[in-house]
Design a protein around this ligand. Structure first.
Ligand code: G6Q
Length: 538
């Protein structure tokens, strides 16, 4: 049984320390220690983390590490890596780390080594990807496949979309990729409106193969494809499945030879490096996909073996706990300064918020502290011309993660220097701000001075890497996966279930039937009225 978090002496020590630090400005901390900018840094798996612009001292780091130790972070990490069933509400192991384990590793689940199966699926995926990419895999009418449409939602969509966008530079430009997730028919209609079914391959990505949105879209895709291809036997050439549910795949009419499997110990939001990443492999090729997996693995090894004071994911996780608990921060902004990472904040929203948006502990007790913050963000520099105003001068504290690269994949005049100058400028402005004296010294009229003051003392992390490669992307995603894990360990929650998505699904299935029939509505007066109004106008 775990100890009550807020009663831990380590927690109390942090709370007392935070009260002391509340009135200390980053300006003071930097003035006091000229080595601060290099001291509070850590580096691993191609990622350099500067966390010096946080409202912390060496004492803070010491106390956060003490909390992590009291929370058994190391033991919990080992439990995850060795296949213990740490997703207790679903009685499942949590082994996304096995998806990128080298062949030489052994990871047992219920006494069975899962690593050989992982590699067998990877090889099957590679064989298939080569066939499609080389043009050897033909559509039913003998035409080469030119379009790949991934149908999936949540964990079966956000990772693939993010990775496709992030690694577009490395992708086969002869292939067109589309991603359909929403049950809104517009998503499917727009995705296929300019495609020829004879040249289109659908990847139906669904762990359960029962998800309402995905199955609805998959059936519409089948109808759409058959309108051109006519023969049901054509389905085998134009549909493949990524799933754990062989029975449902066969029922849909997909040849189970063309099914790529994974396992119940892979959570949806942790599955982009499983067969769910087939679209990624088709886009960037099997070798680049292996590089991606190696990047994940680099970070796994770092997280598992490095002491907390130099451990990137642990530090990142602990810093967000620090602000969430002791500075009333409600959100974290993810600000990648790389256009290819435009879907990274959306991907992280699921990873972080579905994992740690929980209100009870592993033992089912209601927490008396905050858990997962809200993650959000946009790629730089666009955000600077929209919401940064609030980060700089609003009343809320918003810790930010800036992500940038030394080298661009698209050298174009001085664009990249301009981009990166903005990263450094933003973190500097947030931390140091501009005092009233400084504003006055610029000759600003008295009445305007308060409007032009930047309080500063706004925390940020800067993550710098050399270049966005498949390997680097793997490390970056794993960095956040393990940061989320670290947070969950401190908060004593199950980061791997998602019961909060169930109620809406159940109610929707009831309402779908009510819309299709004349049964009496037995909801509240608002819901009854809305359904009635919808039915009368549709
Ligand atoms: C992720 C969730 C969820 C899931 C989707 C799709 O961790 O479990 O987002 O990925 O609901 O589920 P299927 O892959 O089963 O269709």
């Amino acid at each position: 049984m775990s100890k009550h978090l807020t009663s831990l002496p380590e927690w109390k020590a942090l709370a007392a320390h935070a009260a002391e630090l509340k009135n200390v400005h980053l300006r003071e901390l930097f003035a006091k220690d000229s080595s601060r900018g290099t001291k509070f840094t850590a580096e691993a798996a191609g990622l350099y983390l500067d966390y010096s612009k946080n409202r912390i001292t060496e004492e803070t780091v010491k106390l956060l590490i003490a909390l992590a130790e009291a929370s058994q972070l190391k033991a919990r990490t080992e439990a995850m890596f060795t296949g213990e069933k740490i997703n207790i509400t679903e009685n499942r192991a949590v082994l996304h780390v096995a998806l990128r384990a080298p062949k030489t590793e052994k990871i047992l689940v219920d006494g069975e080594d899962v690593v050989p199966e992982v590699h067998a699926v990877l090889e099957k995926m590679a064989g298939f990807a080569e066939k499609v990419r080389s043009g050897a895999w033909l559509g039913y009418t003998g035409k080469r496949i030119k379009n790949i449409v991934n149908i999936g939602i949540g964990g079966s969509d956000l990772g693939p979309v993010m990775a496709y966008e992030a690694l577009k530079h490395y992708s086969n430009r002869d292939l067109t990729f589309r991603f359909v997730s929403n049950v809104d028919g517009t998503d499917f209609a727009e995705a296929v409106h300019d495609l020829n079914a004879e040249e289109t391959l659908f990847l139906v990505a669904s762990k359960t193969f029962t998800t309402l949105e995905t199955m609805t879209n998959a059936h519409s895709a089948r109808t759409w494809a058959l309108a051109t291809l006519k023969q049901t036997e054509a389905i085998a050439s134009h549909f493949v499945a990524i799933s754990t549910n062989e029975k449902e795949v066969a029922k849909f009419g997909i040849d189970t030879q063309n099914m790529f499997g994974f396992w119940d110990w892979v959570g949806g939001r942790y599955s982009m490096d499983s067969a769910i990443g087939l679209s990624t492999m088709l886009a960037i090729g099997p070798n680049n996909f292996r590089e991606l997996l190696d990047g994940f693995h680099d970070m796994d090894v770092h997280f598992r073996t490095t002491p907390i004071e130099k451990n990137l994911p642990a530090l990142l996780g602990l810093l967000s706990v620090w602000y969430t608990e002791f500075f009333d921060a409600q959100t974290v902004a993810i600000l990648p300064y790389d256009q290819y990472l435009k879907r990274f904040p959306a991907y992280l929203q699921q990873l972080t918020m579905e994992s740690n948006g929980k209100h009870v502990t592993l033992e089912g007790k209601t927490v008396d502290y905050q858990t997962g913050p809200i993650y959000w963000g946009e790629p730089g520099t666009n955000g600077q011309h929209s919401f940064y105003q609030l980060i700089h001068q609003g009343t809320r504290l918003i810790p930010c993660d800036f992500i940038g690269f030394s080298k661009t994949l698209n050298p174009l005049g001085n664009h990249h220097d301009l981009l990166m100058a903005n990263v450094f400028a933003q973190t500097e402005a947030l931390a140091f701000g501009k005092t009233a004296e400084e504003v006055k010294a610029e000759g600003v009229a008295d009445a305007l001075v308060p409007h032009k003051v930047f309080e500063g003392n706004r925390p940020s992390n800067t993550i710098l890497a050399e270049k966005l490669t498949p390997r680097l992307l793997g490390s970056l995603v794993a960095l956040y996966e393990h940061a989320v894990f670290t947070q969950g360990v401190i908060w004593q929650i199950d980061s791997f279930d998602q019961w909060g998505v169930e109620l809406g699904k159940v109610l929707a299935s009831r309402i779908i039937k009510e819309i299709a029939s004349d049964t009496e509505l037995k909801h509240d007066s608002s819901t009854n009225n809305l359904i009635t109004r919808y039915k009368s106008k549709k």
